[in-house]
Design a protein around this ligand. Structure first.
Ligand code: G3H
Ligand code: 13P
Ligand code: NA
Ligand code: ZN
Length: 306
């Protein structure tokens, strides 16, 4: 059934595992996520981005997720990913979301606090949990100067103040991850020491965006069907695993799902030039989605926690 974000994440941080928050844009992705969650007995977040809203419609996706969630036994959180402003948050509340993110992290600290606070007031008035972000997501080079790093990574003392002044339920932190399939050269730098400093001052569940791994098997499948990917890199599984006992309880994944669905579609289309039944074209992608989702539940220790 549908569950509250705060209930799912407080338990995760307390018990030392994390819950993946998967972006969905369509039926097939939603099916893959919920079927796998049910199979492995894992709580899960499904999150709707701005791009998803523009592609499929907020109401369409919200209704789809809510209906499908009502028919699985595991807790499912319907979450607004990177809510742009107060208006967007209100629209999500009206559409039945059980968790919303207000992302005002590009504003100066005081404005971020003010915008986040009014979203918290509205969401909490109707019992919905809130995520907000402090710091800016950006890949960081190994040789970047310390003061440059300080400029966009989350400051532990600011994080403590931000939580106290806003009343949020979980905090997204910037520790070196970034969105997309190109997170830097080699093994992207993750500031685990900073994460520990933040977790010492903030007892709320912490959230890690930009956490896709860009796994080799998906790169191979994409390239085998002629995809031109350049040199994509993700976050190493070991860096994700290490962040969980340090306080990370929600981990956002989109890019790996995009790769999985695309790889399956490409395989069918390229190898079967006569095929034009969209259901056949999409089902292999759905199988690969299920494989990725299963791997994330195992990596994050979510399986069996429902
Ligand atoms: O945070 C970014 C997510 O990957 C969603 O991106 O707005 O293009 O769907 P999108
Ligand atoms: P990835 O691009 O690493 O999958 O991150 C997704 C994300 O953080 C969505 O909020
Ligand atoms: Na989010
Ligand atoms: Zn994000």
């Amino acid at each position: 059934p549908l569950a509250l974000g705060k209930d799912v994440l407080d338990k995760a941080r307390r018990e030392g595992y994390a819950v993946p928050s998967f972006n969905t844009n369509n039926l097939e992705t939603t099916q893959a996520i919920l079927e796998t969650a049910e199979e492995v007995g894992a709580p899960v977040f499904l999150q709707i981005s701005d791009g998803a809203r523009k592609y499929a419609g907020l109401e369409n996706l919200a209704n789809l997720v809510r209906d499908m969630a009502s028919r699985v036994s595991v807790p499912v959180v319907l979450h607004l990913d990177h809510g742009a402003d107060y208006t967007m948050v209100l629209q999500a509340l009206r559409a039945g979301f059980t968790s919303v993110m207000i992302d005002a992290s590009h504003h100066p600290f005081e404005e971020n606090v003010a915008e986040t606070r009014r979203c918290v007031e509205a969401a909490h008035a109707v019992g919905v949990s809130v995520e907000a972000e402090l710091g800016r997501l950006q890949g960081i080079e190994d040789n970047i100067a310390v003061d440059e790093r300080e400029a966009f990574l989350t400051d532990p003392e600011e994080a403590q103040r931000f939580v106290a002044e806003t009343g949020i339920d979980y905090l997204a932190v910037a520790i070196g991850t970034s969105h997309g399939a190109y997170k830097g050269k080699g093994r992207p730098y993750i500031d685990h020491a900073r994460l520990q400093q933040i977790a010492r001052r903030v007892s709320l569940p912490l959230v890690l965006h930009g956490s896709s791994g860009v796994p080799q098997w998906l790169k191979d499948k994409m390239r085998a069907t002629g995809a031109d990917l350049g040199d994509p890199t993700g976050i190493h599984d070991e860096d994700v695993r290490k962040a969980i006992p340090q306080g990370i309880a929600k981990i956002n994944i989109d890019t790996d799902l995009r790769l999985a669905l695309s790889a399956g579609i490409r395989e069918v289309v390229v190898n079967n030039p006569k095929e034009f039944d969209p259901r056949k074209i999409l089902s292999k992608g759905r199988d690969y989605l299920k494989q990725v989702v299963r791997e994330k539940f195992v990596l994050m220790g979510t399986a069996g926690r429902a």
